[in-house]
Ligand binder design. Structure first.
Ligand code: TXA
Ligand code: MG
Length: 355
């Protein structure tokens, strides 16, 4: 891999071994991105190459959404099942015309309230979008991110950008450029390092193609917030609220066994004690307040106090614990209110054993 500071674009840092793409890692200012660097990354997109970039939710693995060949490369790089469709990112509202046929009345309030931001809408697909994006469906998932690097990259590219989360299949989404490097070094042309993602959990996916809005994936925008700001009800029709294609029972999973504990702090402490008694090396993910209950034999990852903080650091903490040589990671369920719903969804999947 080549690693560059924003000022030294041509200085190689390291070179990866045994991989076929020479991945470049470049630092970029997340608030005022260097226009020259944005132009170069946009040129990569237009040439059908793969560019990983920061968004406000998680890092995305981007390619030209109008090019079937470019989109195919995303599936190869991630090891993603071609039946799992991708989200197309637009830079401004006008960009929607090239992606979707129209925004139905029911979804307009959502667009006004939450774009740019962490909300993805499933709409009827426009002609020009590469069919691979939608994995054979007539619909397309669309989002306008708010992160300046993402917005400016898409606008400079002049094409909509298909981008799933920038992780390998079955891994937790990448919330830092270092996570992207771990998963995709040697598989993508360019990684823009804009620092850690602020939300840390993926966008909320809502199907707006039917008569009612339906939640397909809980995410950074809560259904309570949608109700409060737009006054519409979003149907949560499957009991697991994971109706998106590709939302496998096991997903976002560390290779270490993850034990999800229902109940309060005492239940968490009890589960940790039980695992320790069995001779297991135990890691625990918990809030700051819960951390005092554990002794030094247990590896503790503190996630802050608010659900926003838990969401922001969850994937990074899971990756750290997964690399710590443990037998089990124990985590408490924080319920399904507000952001808890998305956190619960990801933890439940991560705790599902391999079939
Ligand atoms: O926050 C995010 O959404 C990040 C950033 C990079 O934007 N992207 C992301 O993409 O999480 P990905 O590919 O990891 O997840 C996309 C989700 C999947 O659950 C997929 O099944 C669903 O969106 N999806 C995509 N197109 C769809 C469609 N046409 N109909 C229903 N669900 C769709
Ligand atoms: Mg993903």
């Amino acid at each position: 891999m080549k690693h560059h500071g924003a000022g030294a674009l041509r200085e190689p840092y390291t070179r990866s071994v045994g991989t076929h793409i020479d991945t470049e890692l470049v630092r970029i200012d997340p608030v005022h991105p260097d226009p020259g660097l944005i132009a170069r990354a946009a040129d990569y997109i237009r040439r059908g190459l793969l560019v990983a970039f920061p968004t406000e939710t998680v890092y995305g693995l981007g390619a030209d959404a109008l090019s079937e060949a470019a989109v195919d490369r995303i599936f190869v790089a991630k090891g993603r099942d071609p039946s799992d469709p991708l989200i197309v990112h637009i830079g401004d509202l006008a960009g929607i015309e090239r992606v979707a046929i129209d925004v139905p009345e029911a979804a307009r309030g959502l667009v006004e309230a939450f774009w740019p931001g962490a909300l993805t809408l499933v709409l009827e697909r426009a002609e020009g979008v590469a069919p691979a994006v939608s994995a054979g469906r007539t619909t397309v998932a669309v989002r306008m991110p708010s992160h300046p690097v993402a917005r400016q990259l898409i606008e400079a590219a002049g094409v909509p950008v298909a981008a799933p989360s920038a992780n390998r299949f079955m891994r937790t989404s990448a919330t830092t450029a270092q996570h992207v490097v771990e998963d995709l070094d040697g598989r993508v042309e360019l990684i823009l390092d804009g620092g850690p993602a602020s939300a840390g959990i993926e966008s909320t996916v809502i199907d707006a193609t039917g008569p009612a809005l339906r939640l397909l994936r809980p995410g950074a925008v809560t259904i309570e917030e949608i109700r409060r700001r737009v006054g519409v009800k979003v149907l949560v029709d499957s009991q697991h609220s994971g109706a998106s294609p590709g939302m496998l029972a096991r997903h976002y999973a560390p290779s270490t066994r993850l034990r999800l504990v229902g109940g309060d702090e005492q239940a968490l402490a009890g589960a940790v004690e039980e695992e320790t008694w069995q001779g297991h090396r135990v890691g625990v993910l918990c809030t700051d307040g819960e951390a005092a209950a554990f002794d030094r034999k247990v590896v503790v990852e503190r996630l802050g106090t608010e659900l926003e903080e838990v969401a922001r650091d969850l994937y990074a903490a899971i990756r750290r614990l997964d690399a710590a040589g443990l037998d089990v990671i124990v985590v408490r369920d924080y319920g399904e209110e507000g952001l808890g719903r998305a956190i619960h969804d990801r933890l439940r999947r991560a705790a599902t054993p391999l079939a």
